[in-house]
Design a protein around this ligand. Structure first.
Ligand code: PEP
Ligand code: MN
Length: 349
């Protein structure tokens, strides 16, 4: 999808969207927006008006009442406005108020029926629509949501990577699983993909690392929660930062502006080596799988089941030791060999 027709196509990157998790009061909105002005790369001011909460009775947002506060903030700062929508009525209220950008949250994108209804409510407007990944690590669901919006005629689209729910996501609130947004970028070339470090991290100290990784991985911009008084925020206290902290975070990022230089000889040489090495890795994997198949046949002959816990335990122990000696990242090698082993078991059945 060559998606050049989006609201940020002419904005030099990285595009920053910042503002509180939730709009709480007119004063909080105006003070936060004022304090954010002058932040490098800041393009839009975000605030949630309708907050999807896990338990009823928690602060569920101020709703439509906050729309005039946001318009006032835009008049004061010239920033675009970004608001989360979760129902067709929210989309209609945003269109009517003249909001520039809406995003569909992680809990909403999991429901294809709601997405179709939201898409039809949005098809009458000119808003830019950002699609967050679903809470569960399901790339197809994310792709499907984007396709549904495209099908409804929405041209101005972007995606937001906000991490995924996982059995064990520590130290993050939502595990990043970068391979999923990277695959999304491959599926939709030209689609601007943002990163929301706030909801990935869930805590302030981890934000700079994730923001930097997002830029390193080619994300178009960042959505970061910033509140004038984070310690007294009504939602997401531990991940929101003050506008001053946000300015420091942005100033500390290493922002690369170079373009792909295909004619660059050194780059071509390195890439040729990588291509050759990948070829060798694939040939070795193919040989390994052939042996797995032979082992599988033999195990059948001697009435042995494919998975042998003791053998696997000694294999992984040995590979991790070897990896450590070669200065390879332990988690990466563990994940890689878990996959290789699983595929090998499949070959044996
Ligand atoms: C938010 O951006 O405040 C939010 C609720 O996001 P998510 O849908 O990613 O949880
Ligand atoms: Mn939030």
């Amino acid at each position: 999808m060559a998606n050049q027709n989006n609201c940020i196509s002419n904005v030099p990157g990285p595009v920053l969207i910042a503002g509180p998790c939730a709009a709480e009061s007119r004063k909080q909105i105006l003070e936060t927006a004022r304090a954010l002005t002058g932040t490098p790369y800041l393009y839009a001011f975000r605030a949630g008006l309708w907050k999807p909460r896990t338990r009823p009775g928690e602060f569920e947002g101020v709703g439509e009442k906050g729309l005039p506060w946001l318009i006032e903030a835009r008049d004061m700062t010239n920033l675009k406005l970004a608001v989360e929508i979760a129902m067709p009525a929210h989309a209609e209220a945003c269109i009517k108020a003249g909001i520039d950008i809406v995003w569909i949250g992680a809990r909403t994108i999991v429901s294809p029926f709601i997405i179709d209804e939201i898409a039809s409510a949005l098809s009458g407007g000119e808003l830019c629509v950002m699609v967050k990944n679903p809470v569960n690590p399901d790339l197809d669901l994310w792709v499907g949501g984007i396709e549904r919006l495209k099908k409804a005629g929405i041209k101005s689209l972007a995606a937001v990577h906000r991490g995924f729910d996982a059995f064990s996501s520590k130290p993050y609130r939502n595990i990043p699983l970068w391979e999923i947004p990277i695959e999304l970028m491959r599926i939709f070339p030209g689609l601007p993909v943002f990163c929301d470090p706030s909801h990935i991290c869930g805590r302030r100290d981890l934000l700079p690392g994730i923001a930097q990784q997002a830029l390193n991985f080619g994300m178009r911009g960042l959505m970061i929660e910033s509140h004038i008084d984070p310690d007294h925020a009504l939602t997401d206290i531990s991940q929101q930062i003050t506008p001053d902290e946000l300015k420091r975070l942005i100033a500390g990022l290493d922002i690369k502006t170079g373009n792909t230089a295909t004619e660059d000889n050194r780059l071509v040489k390195y890439r040729t080596s990588i291509d050759e090495l990948d070829g060798q890795i694939l040939e070795l994997l193919s040989k390994r799988m052939q042996i797995s198949r032979l082992i599988g046949e033999y195990k059948k002959e001697i009435n042995l089941r494919p998975f042998q816990a003791e053998r696997w335990s000694s294999v992984i122990h040995n590979r991790l030791e070897k990896a450590a000696a070669l200065k390879l990242n332990k988690d990466f090698i563990k994940r890689l060999f878990d996959l290789i082993h699983l595929e090998s078991l499949r070959k044996q059945t």
